[in-house]
Design a protein around this ligand. Structure first.
Ligand code: FPP
Length: 241
């Protein structure tokens, strides 16, 4: 029934920046810089289509293991993009959010990010969530800790713990689960991204590298999504009745 609908929530693993740079004999950071253009275009596209939530995997917990100069370059790029793009995001009613272990980021990055989040907090358009120092297992363990705290404080019986109770402690609480998850560059893995939330997501793995991902590629992703029948464990007949 919802086949022709636009997904409410799309999540993207932006992959292939390094390979893109290598193709042109450039330093990896140039791949990330060009990736920012694709971020801008993806945000615009979602706004135009009426997507409500766009979540971007911008920096994973595992990315801390990259060479120091690449990490520094990414931090600079992030601050630069946040400072430069926030007025435009605001003008377009985009509300910025972030999920992940933000406390692990340098203070200047946290500061600029929090300013931008605060500045756009009353906007009513697209919710753009950046997953930063994020990993799903980290998120789930944090959620377990908070669940246990509540259980102890409120003397809750284990048998009353259910999915709803647990997911209130996830960083994505309040957002619908992503109906569509895109990973560019041909890799077909989730890499510790939204493991809980992806329970019923459709996956789309285009070969295009993230810095080359344009509106036409996003359009293909939506075409592919529309072709799929989302059954949530039911039969085709139940869905189409
Ligand atoms: C993956 O490509 C990409 C990243 C780890 C960083 C993504 C960051 C940006 C696009 C820029 C900043 C983002 C925002 C939201 C302003 P890779 O380096 O793993 O590529 P490879 O697999 O080809 O090496």
């Amino acid at each position: 029934m919802d086949k022709f609908k636009i997904p409410r929530h799309i999540a993207i693993i932006m992959d292939g920046n390094g390979r893109w740079a290598k193709k042109f004999g450039l330093n990896r950071i140039h791949g990330h810089k060009n990736g920012v253009t694709s971020v801008r275009e993806a945000v615009e596209f979602c706004g135009e289509k009426g997507v409500e939530f766009l979540t971007l995997y911008a920096f994973s917990t595992e990315n801390w293991d990259r060479p120091r100069d690449e990490i520094n370059g990414l931090m600079e790029l992030l601050v630069d993009a946040i400072v430069k793009e926030t007025p435009n995001l605001h003008k377009n009613k985009v509300r910025l959010k972030a999920i992940g272990n933000l406390a692990s980021f340098p203070e200047n990055v946290q500061g600029k990010l929090n300013q931008a989040i605060e500045f756009t907090s009353n906007n009513t358009g697209l919710v753009l969530t950046l997953a930063l120092a994020y990993s799903s297992r980290w998120e789930i363990v944090e959620a377990v800790k908070r669940t246990v705290e509540k259980v102890v404080a409120e003397n809750i019986k284990p048998e009353s713990i259910n999915e709803n109770f647990f997911e209130q402690n996830l960083t994505t609480f309040g957002m619908p689960d992503p109906e569509l998850i895109i990973r560019t560059s041909g890799e077909q893995r989730l890499s510790n991204f939204l493991l809980w939330q992806a329970a019923y997501s459709e996956f789309y793995f285009p070969a295009v590298l993230w810095p080359d991902f344009r509106k036409k590629d996003f359009e293909h992703a939506l075409d592919e999504y529309r072709k799929r029948e989302r059954r949530f464990g039911k039969t085709s007949e139940q869905i189409n009745q």
